[in-house]
Design a protein around this ligand. Structure first.
Ligand code: NI
Length: 135
């Protein structure tokens, strides 16, 4: 098995809250991130696909195709969006980096035609990232 990773960037805003928490709990647990007017991040996502090298092409998959899929499924739905309000998956779920990684997995996994999705890594800042392996 060999692994290929494609990276892309997007900017989005979000805030954190749980309607089942009291106002004090929301403030205590989410702190500054609880401001409903939101704040932004420049996210970096890395998509890693594992597979075997096709001896005819020397490649695991078409990297242009992976770039296009990432653009079409992820960047177009999340870039410059207020994630809580504009991405249906986050209507009732906090758009944390963890949940963003899971959502990106769910968007991409069914659409990959070659190789197997191995990992989604999402950087919220250059020194903070989340890895999701599909379970
Ligand atoms: Ni944030």
């Amino acid at each position: 098995m060999i692994y290929v990773t494609r990276r892309a960037e997007f900017s989005a805003s979000h805030y954190y809250h749980n309607p089942n928490f009291s106002p004090e709990e929301n403030r205590r647990i989410f702190g500054k991130c609880h401001n409903p007017l939101g704040h932004g991040h420049n996210y970096t996502v890395e998509v890693t696909v594992g597979g075997e090298i096709d001896p005819l092409t020397g490649m695991v998959l078409d990297l242009k195709g992976l770039k296009a899929l990432l653009e079409q499924e992820v960047i177009q739905s999340m870039d410059h969006k207020f994630l809580n309000k504009e991405v249906p998956a986050f209507a009732d779920k906090n758009p944390t980096t963890e949940n963003i990684a899971v959502e990106i997995w769910n968007l991409l996994a069914p659409k990959l035609t070659h190789g197997k999705l191995h990992r989604i890594r999402v950087y919220e800042t250059p020194d903070l990232f989340v890895d999701y392996y599909g379970e």
